[in-house]
Design a protein. Sequence first.
Length: 71
Amino acid sequence: MDLLILFIMGTCFATVVFFVGRFAWPRHDRVPLMEVDHVLLWTTLRRGWHAMGSLGPTPPGRSGPSGSHPA
């Protein structure tokens, strides 16, 4: 029973990450859902994971563009 609950939770989380990744694509680059193959699935999941990770707080010392430090 515990594995079933973990499976359902993992499936729900993967679905959320997939749709975040799908809407992170520009509209003109999105492929219809019926044409998504395994490569596009993993690419969309990766893009969603990175999009969700970029929403978090910025770590100290990395507040500006690369190479610029506050004086």
